[in-house]
Design a protein around this ligand. Structure first.
Ligand SMILES: Nc1ncnc2c1ncn2[C@@H]1O[C@H](COP(=O)(O)OP(=O)(O)OP(=O)(O)O)[C@@H](O)[C@H]1O
Ligand SMILES: [Mg+2]
Length: 248
């Protein structure tokens, strides 16, 4: 469903992606791991076309992601941004139902509101948050509103950037189960960025580790522990000592 081939992206002399190659088969869940600042979020934004790489190819369902109808392209995606990116002047339910209130997916207002409330329930939020503003919620609640928005229009492809950061362990478990369900029940293709190794094990079919601008290791999650890759081992065990320097 998604292919990145030899993608390069620099910001000035900061060479972030230096030949990133990645494949996500349709209906599978890929988790990207890697140190802070290695370019995970940049890679995700390149696939969405929000950042233009200097070279390389990105294909979504066999089509060049940078060409064609942007609206139709983006309508296939659900997206949770790392910082939440909620609209702070809109009540929670209108954030969740954002795409159901406009454009080609437009539904009657009451129906959109009911869908929003149902999606909020799936991320562990009660209906009474629907009419509040994002600023009136805790950080973890805002994150979950972002998740509810990402899944509201039942997209084919879902990107989650740090879905469990800032959540308590029980709520993180709820979100991990939800991501797994979306892939297995709805047949969606998912790409998740996380630092949470419990989450990696709960949601990944495949894992890819980004380091020094390239995919250092990729494989099925079951092979992660016996990879023999010193970079991956250092990362998954959280060791200060190893080939990855702590100051970057
Ligand atoms: N719009 C931008 N302009 C300039 N530099 C950017 C921009 N976006 C990202 N960068 C730089 O690209 C590098 C990778 O950033 P990115 O956000 O992808 O890291 P990350 O792997 O997602 O890290 P984290 O785990 O901390 O979220 C960083 O050095 C960052 O400063
Ligand atoms: Mg990031």
């Amino acid at each position: 469903m998604i292919e990145m081939q030899d993608v390069h992206k620099a910001f000035g002399d900061n060479r972030v992606l230096q030949g990133m190659t990645l494949t996500i088969p349709k209906g599978t869940s890929l988790v990207i791991i890697g140190g802070s600042g290695t370019g995970k979020s940049v890679a995700l934004k390149c696939i969405l076309g929000l950042i233009q790489p200097e070279s390389g190819r990105i294909l979504v369902d066999g089509k060049d992601a940078s060409k064609g109808d942007r609206d139709a392209f983006l309508a296939r995606f659900g997206m949770l941004f790392q910082g939440g990116a909620l609209f702070d002047s809109l009540p929670v339910w209108q954030n969740v139902a954002f795409r159901l209130l406009r454009g080609s997916l437009k539904r009657p207002q009451e129906e959109a509101r009911q869908i929003a409330i149902e999606k909020l329930r799936r991320v562990g939020l009660k209906a009474d948050v629907a009419d509040r503003l994002p600023a009136e919620l805790s950080g973890g609640m805002q994150k979950r509103v972002g998740l509810a928005r990402a899944i509201a229009a039942e997209p084919e492809i879902i990107f989650f950037d740090e879905p469990t950061t800032g959540l308590d362990p029980i709520m993180a478990g709820v979100i991990n189960d939800l991501i797994r369900e979306i892939v297995t029940e709805m047949g969606a293709t998912a790409m998740t960025i996380t630092h949470d190794m419990t989450s990696v094990r709960a949601i990944a079919d495949d894992v890819a580790m980004l380091h020094d601008g390239v995919i250092q290791w990729t494989g099925p999650v079951a092979q992660m522990d016996a990879s023999g890759d010193p970079y991956l081992d250092q990362f998954i065990h959280g060791r200060a000592e190893g080939p990855i320097e702590a100051v970057r």
